[in-house]
Structure formats: C-alpha cells, structure tokens
Design a protein around this ligand. Sequence first.
Ligand code: SF4
Length: 677
Amino acid sequence: MLNTHYPNLFKPLDLGFTTLRNRIFMASMHARFELLGQAEERAAAFYERRAKGGTALIITGGYSPNPQGVIDEGSHCLNSLDQVPRQQIITDAVHAAGGKIALQILHAGRYAKTDDLVGPSDISSPINPRKVHALSSEEVERTINDYVTCAGLAKMAGFDGVEIMGSEGYLIPTFCAAVTNNRNDKWGGSFKNRIQFPIEIVRRTRAEVGTNFIILYRISALDLVEGGLTGEETQMLARQIETAGANILTTGIGWHESRVPTIAHMVPRGGWRHTAKKIKEAVNIPVAATNRINTPETGEELLRDGDADIVALGRQMLADPDFAIKAEKGQGATINTCIGCNQACLDYIFADKPSSCLVNPIAGNELDIKITKTTRPLKVAVVGGGPAGMSAALTALDCGHGVTLYESANELGGQFNLAKRIPGKEDFQETIRYFSTRLNTGGAIIKLENSPTGNQLLEEGFDHIIVATGVKPRLLKIEGAGRSNVINYIEALTDAKPIGDRVAIVGSGGIGFDVAEYITAIDSKLSDSINAFMQHWGVDMVHTSPGGLIKRDRQATGRSVVMLQRSDSRPGKKLGLTTGWVVRGELTARGVKNITGASYNKITTQGVSITVGDDEQLIEVDTVIVCAGQEPENILYNELVREKATRVSVIGGAKGSNGLDALRAIKEGMDAVLEFN
Ligand code: SF4
C-alpha cells in the first residue's frame, strides 16, 4: 500500500533476491567506536537503533581490506577468519531489529594517516604530506584479492552485502583519475585502463559472493579536484561497474582535498541531486543520492523528480535514528534534524574522538546513555529556553517527569535564534522546531515572557529546579565603549541598530566570525539556491570539465570589515576543524581583514584606536561591533544559592561561559536530568 505522506520514500526496493523495505539508507560514516572498548558491542547498539527506526539498509563505517588501507592506526580491518564472530555481534543485532546491513570496504590509499600508505603512483595528497608507495603490478593484484577476501568474510559474518568505497579521494578514485595515476602498466595510462581497478574489484567480488548478496559501489559522482573525471567518464565508469555486477550505486561527492564544501551547513539541502541524476541516466540499477538530505520532503522530492531511486542519509541518522519511522507515520515535525554543523561528528573524528551528534548526544553512546522512565515522577522547573534548557526539559519529559519551562523571551531557542540568522545556518531553526514540537506534544508547560524569581519557584513547590538562564554579552571596558557608534553582537544580528559601510568587529571568536558573515553576506539566500551555491563555489553543473570545477563567480561585498583580536593566535582558530576553513576562506574572499595582538585604547567618532606592538593606529570605521565574549547570566542561580535551595542544577552558559557552545549546552541539559532521574 502506498504511503500517503511520502509515497516514493516508502516504496519497497526489490533487488530480485531480496527486498528492502523503503528507499532510506544509512550512508557509511566513520564512527571510530574502535577508540573505545567494546567496539563491536557499541557498533551493534548504534546500528540496531537505526534499524529499529525503520532504515532499510545500513552501511557500516569503512573496514580496510588490508593493514595498508586503514585510515588511522587501529582502525577497522577485516582480513581474517578469526574476526568473523565479533562482526556477527553487529549483524545479529541489526537482523533482530528487522534491518539489513552492508559492510563498507574502504582502502584509504594516500589518505591513510599511517607510515605505510600506498597509491597507484607516488603522488602525495595535499592534505596528507606522507610519502606514498606506488603499488607494483603484483601488489595491485594482491590488493584486489584483499577486497574480495574482505567481502567473503563479510558474507560469512552475516552481512547482507558490501559497499565498495570508490569515492572521496581514497584508493579507488586515485586509480581512476589521471592526475593521481601516472602508471604505465595495465592499471594506468588510458581512461579505460585506469578504471580497470574498481571494475576488477567488483567483478571478482561478485564471483566470490554469488548472486544473492548485495554489492553496492560508491561512485565518485563529482571529484571536485582539478584533473578528476568528467561527467561522461563518470557515466562510463558507472555502466562498467553495473556490468561487473553491482546491484546499487551509491554516490559520493568531492575528494576530501576539494576546495568546495560538500556537506557543511552552507551547502543547500539536496544540493548534489543533479550528480545522482547524471549517474541514473547512465545505468539501469538503482542509484542513491546523498549529502545534505535531512528532511523527508527533500528526499521525497528528489525521488519523485526521478533524480535518484534511494536517499542515503549519513549525519541525519546520527541526529535522529527514527527518521524513517517518523516520516512513515507522517510525524516529520518530531524529527531531530541534522544542522550540518559537523561539531560532534566529523570534527570529533578528526580530533581522534568517537563520533556523536550535537543535537542528539545519545548517538554513538547507546551503551552508556539510557533514557528510562522514572518510578518517582518529579515536578521539575527549567528556567531558560535556549539549547541547554530545551534539552533538559525534553529529557525530563522523556523520563516521565512533570516539566514547566520558563523563557524570558517570546519564543524558545535562546542563542539559536541568533545562529539561525547567519546565512547557511538557517537549519538551526529546525532544532528549535524539534524541541518545541516535542515539548508541546509531550505535555510540558511552557511559560514564555516569564522570568520567575527564586522565591517564586520555591513557593511553587518544584522538586527540582534547573537553571539554564544562558549568557549576556561581555561589555568592552574602554573609553568610548558607550558611544552611539558601538553596538553588541545581538544588536548586529537582529538588525536592531544601523551598521555603517566600514565596520570593526572587536573579538574574533565564533560569534565574531558569525557577525562578519552576516554583515558581509552578498546574498543572504545563497544557501536556498543550488544554482547560486554552485556558481559561487565554481562547480560545473553540466560536468564537462575534468573534476567538475570551473572558475568561481564571486561578487564583491559592499562593506569593508576589519576583525580585531587581542591574542596573537590565528583568527578563527577555535572554529570547527571541518567547517572553519570554509568560513575563513569565504571571509578572506570578501575582503575581511584581521588584526591580531591588538590592545584596545579607545573608541571615538572616527573609529577604534588600537596598539599593535609599539604601533598605535586608528582603525577608521563607522560602526564598532563588540563580540568580546559572554558572561554567565546567573542572577537566578545566585538567588537560589542565597536561599539555600537544595535540588538545583545549573547548566549551559549560566554555569560558565568559557568554552560554551551548543554541543556542551545540549549535553549538559541531558546530563542534569539523568543525574537525578
Ligand atoms: Fe549533524 Fe551536527 Fe549532529 Fe553532525 S553533529 S550529525 S552535523 S547535527
């Protein structure tokens, strides 16, 4: 029967020998559970939860087919029979939950962060300077056999299939692209020769595993590097992979060294759908679209329009394991949406930490964090409806407590109401929508424009009070800081006060960068328009150029901006590892200047007087925007302490503004409740 909400998403996918229950896959992501104990048990709990949530097919994080191909020391490698029983822990759990799971085989090639890395040629990657050993012809043969062995072991372990990772700049695409393959044997030279490596892997794997086993091939739909494949070549590769025996083509966008952001928050939803469409035009097997598909509407639309047959969701599956089941029931408003921040997923991985999720701290911690119904329901007050407060209120509600949430403003969201105004961060609104919907439907009492005193709360007889009153802007204490040409970041981001054409931003932390982005935005709707995004980043949408890159088309911003900071460190040092480079590069391209090591002397009608080293200078500007940090807003908490109130928790910015971000706030909100639940 057709699903009335999203008929295309919930059409079963018949592969002949097996049927997948819908068109929603969980795309492969590195989770790095191996950094913690009980890697397989953790992975089993993580994937099982997504299977229970209705996902049709889960694709694991990458397993190398041999020790040379691991991404990091200690990463997964599946190359011997004695590893099979441990992998069965994962497949058994997923199957018991009614799901299917494929193991991804990923050879990192020249991206391996080890000393033993290999590639088709000895050409190092710009993002990994380690020396690359060019595989000999015999070693190429051996590597192909390792892929085949790995697939056979996966089958023995009960996996329903394997995905051969052929994108993102790992080993396989470096064989296919001329820029990274200068071999002169049968694996190099002509395009036909260069693509033999993946074709042979798929062909021999099919011979090994037989017909009733899913082989997915993740094709690099768009390399986004100079000298990558053209669209026509990519289509030829897709056809050959189909002929070699793949059942499904999933797609990957951009090598990791690409200068184009492919998944970060500024990428429009469904922005890469045209690349899946191009592959789909070339083959008869199903094709999956990927990257920044975070709502059922986006997924349904691109299936309906015939751009793809499947949607493969990565980070969205971290944000909400129940994405599929909620969509199936028409409960889209209760989906916790991935906001593309990368803060607790990719940034964690690059910092050698296991992956989790900013908006869903349980992701990856399924063994450790349990939300259980209490046997002693309490009357809980949460004061402050920002990320920390909303998280605490929802956790308390989910645990079965009675919750009253107070918010001084006329809407929930706190600092997220500022963040959502930054071009590209519009999805932050989805987090507010998620918490608001769940709190409202779950029966929380929400009191807006309400700032209770400590005494009022105590008189109300709450069993537990959670103070989440947030932060206030730190004032700049120099001469002239009170002048009319000085405003704070809240006034800037809410357009509460006029901003001139020449601006100095005092403070180059995360908020300073957000403000700089906001006031220099050329087109604040850039992230709404796929065409504008592609033009801006120089992506060839017809994909006739090798790698799919063309000259960037950037307009000049009308405003001149200088960002000042006291420290000598690199501006934006604390921005996310995987998004900071985009933001810094973008602001540089817009002409935003940075001055570090500045002492602030005074502000006059002409601008800001600073001293750098021995040099005193006047930065002539019309407006000074102060982004000099934040201070805890803890009047209420101090009052409760004075009143000797017991059973009080303080979380988020009210607890301390050092190192405050939404990641910490949301996690602290959850933890505060779990401590007394
Ligand atoms: Fe998405 Fe951010 Fe969660 Fe990563 S941390 S899954 S980008 S919301």
